[in-house]
Design a protein around this ligand. Sequence first.
Ligand code: NAI
Length: 335
Amino acid sequence: MNATEQKPSIAFYSTKPYDIEAFNANNTAGFNINYLDAHLTPKTVKLAEGHQAVCAFVNDTLDEKVLTALKALGVQTIVMRCAGFNNVDVPKAAELGMRVLRVPAYSPYAVAEHALALIMTLNRKTYKAFNRVRDGNFLLDGLVGFDVHGKTVGVIGTGKIGEIFASIMKGMGCTVLAYDPYPNDAVKAMGATYVSLDDLLAQSDMVSLHCPLMPATYHMINDASVAKMKKGSMLINTSRGGLIETQAVIDGLKTGQIGALGLDVYEEEGDLFFEDLSCDVIHDDVFSRLLTFPNVLITGHQAFLTQEALHNIARTTIANLEDAFASRTSVNEVK
Ligand code: NAI
């Protein structure tokens, strides 16, 4: 057995070509990475047999059943190549003595800038203009936008991404309102004002979600909160789909209470995103309804997808694996 074969091996689920490129370029520790197309589910957990660690992504399943099966196969370590860990049963992992590490920050700019891209695309309707001009249709009817300068933007969750998003919007000349149970001094220093969630919803022309999904934030945008929003305002979600009760925003779009909706995440995205379903029938009627609105723009969980972010994700994940196999403590451990 040569030196490479003795390195720990990693079952790498939900692999995409850009993952292979980034991880091969950053695998300085020489881990044996087994790139698997499959998502991690109770059915595919067997593929982890013979590996010491599992590397997983946002729509992999790491519930009690999967974690117990992984443990029985000898897997000791879970490395999430993302920031969110709402799909991991962390208490169960702790009970099983398995370590869970993640990449808390890899490029907050990537996500904050994508939120801006959704806002500007919806506002100036460049998605329509692109098709019109290619079709030789140079009419401007229906393309009227608004100056973002001077508008009020509400930022829900002012951690790493929310802070950068707030500073981008400040730079565009917006009044920034913020809501977070743990206010951020840097956000206050840039001149943003912390207000109650109700005040933020009532006053904002654009609302952008940047808080994590957890029991307290699940469906924080629901019928009641949509009713509190300023009529015709824009809602942006680049955080996690479960923050929004989708039927409530569909109802809000139908009445005009919500003027435009930009989503990079969707509550039931696990059955859709990251796959080519262009030749398939989509069975999710709620998602299909969203696609019928002219003022809804959906991207398939790509806010993180920049060269810089992929590089940082790979580098930190390899470092997390090195810490785990050397039994070192890590600030990236999820507890
Ligand atoms: P962070 O942990 O730095 O900030 C989250 C903030 O939300 C914290 O300030 C926290 O106090 C606040 N918060 C907690 N409960 C809240 C509540 N009930 N209401 C309002 N705010 C609340 O996280 P970071 O790095 O800024 O990421 C935010 C979220 O963005 C992540 O949880 C993740 O779900 C999402 N994300 C999405 C990506 C994508 O590709 N679409 C990529 C990376 C992250």
